[in-house]
Design a protein around this ligand. Structure first.
Ligand SMILES: C[S@@+](CC[C@H](N)C(=O)[O-])C[C@H]1O[C@@H](n2cnc3c(N)ncnc32)[C@H](O)[C@@H]1O
Length: 330
């Protein structure tokens, strides 16, 4: 049975939970203005020239690059997703020897849900380098690290993994989840991970090996086409959903020894918390796919209708995309 641990890491205040945004836009980025507790906008302010607009525009430009977006709904989805995968993740970290005092890079950290857990594990003698391209995600992480008293453990570093090295050396471990599938040169990413590790350090991946496993039972053509659209959109931006198929080769070429591989396939029924992971992704991502021009509104409606009706049918099963856990040693 899937575990129900959503309550452990439901997105926290300042991490994009709707209604909890603060008005401190310098610290928290655009979501500050969308929180229900934000003061009403003054229309006169909109037309005035505001330097904050330039900062937001620059952040927006960087944030547009990530195919799934960096908006509040995506932050919330990533938090829920982390909660759904947390037990698998902690198991992987323990297998890789990550513990008190470890120095770990979180590669493509997003808003840092894993970084925050890592900080609690490595403690004040350890270090977490959260490397991420989106300034908005990094601001959310920095705020949350401060709120939890982990600011001295987590370093939130803005870097594009395709354009610059990982700013760390001699690390004990590098954690990479759902990032290799989005970068244009995953072999370069793997080499950069090798460069930041000490000899004997471990690289830990959770990446998809079979995205096409995502399906409803009984099969539903709208959902099958949703999966096709996801493949198209990620590949259209230079990514590869099934990247774990080639990571072992890339790791060996970069000088790693593969220590273990473990496929993780899951299934959920309506009413189970895990159901909301694949269902929630479709609900959020259909909107995004329309925004990106991959499909149209009518198609999005059909996908969401398919999920709504599957949810009312207790014979339905949601099969999740298959993840491959890879642990490799430098
Ligand atoms: C699906 S999210 C996963 C976030 C986090 N690893 C997790 O598991 O919750 C993918 C992340 O990779 C980041 N990313 C993608 N390409 C990147 C690049 N070239 N450099 C740095 N970060 C990148 C995105 O900005 C996004 O935060």
């Amino acid at each position: 049975m899937p575990t129900d641990d959503r309550s452990e890491t439901t997105p926290t205040p300042g991490m994009g939970a709707p209604g909890h945004g603060t008005r401190d836009t310098a610290a928290c980025g655009p979501e500050g203005a969308t929180g229900a507790d934000a003061p009403a906008e003054d229309p006169a302010e909109d037309s005035a020239e505001d330097p904050a607009d330039d900062i937001e525009a620059a952040a927006d430009a960087a944030d547009r690059d990530y195919v799934l977006g960096t908006h509040d709904a995506e932050v919330e989805r990533l938090g829920f997703q982390h909660a759904m995968w947390r037990h698998e993740v902690h198991h992987a970290w323990a297998s890789a020897g990550i513990g008190e005092g470890s120095r770990v890079a979180d590669i493509g950290a997003g808003p840092g849900f894993a970084s925050l857990d890592l900080a609690a594990i490595v403690g004040p003698r350890g270090r977490v380098l959260a490397v991420e391209r989106s300034p908005r995600f990094l601001r959310l992480l920095a705020d949350e690290a401060t709120r939890r008293g982990h600011a001295h453990i987590i370093e939130a570093i803005e870097a594009d993994l395709m354009l610059e090295p990982i700013p760390g050396t001699g690390l004990d471990a590098a954690w990479c989840r759902w990032v290799a599938c989005f970068v244009t040169d995953p072999a370069l990413l793997v080499r950069r991970m090798a460069d930041c590790l000490r000899p004997g350090g471990t690289a830990v991946f959770h990446e998809y090996v079979e995205y096409g496993a995502y399906r409803l039972l009984p099969p539903n053509p709208a959902i099958d086409d949703f999966v096709d659209a996801v493949y198209e959109s990620w590949r259209g931006q230079g990514g590869e959903p099934d990247i774990a198929r080639v990571l072992p080769r890339m790791l060996v070429d970069a000088g790693f020894t593969i220590r273990s591989v473990r496929p993780i396939a899951r299934a959920a029924r309506p009413g189970e918390t895990l159901w909301d992971w694949p269902a929630g992704f479709a609900r959020t991502n259909t909107r995004r796919l329309v925004e990106l021009g991959v499909r149209d509104e009518r198609w999005a409606r059909a996908v969401i209708d398919a999920i709504d009706s599957a949810e009312r049918d207790h014979a339905t099963v949601f099969i999740t995309p298959t993840v491959l856990e890879i642990i490799a040693v430098k």
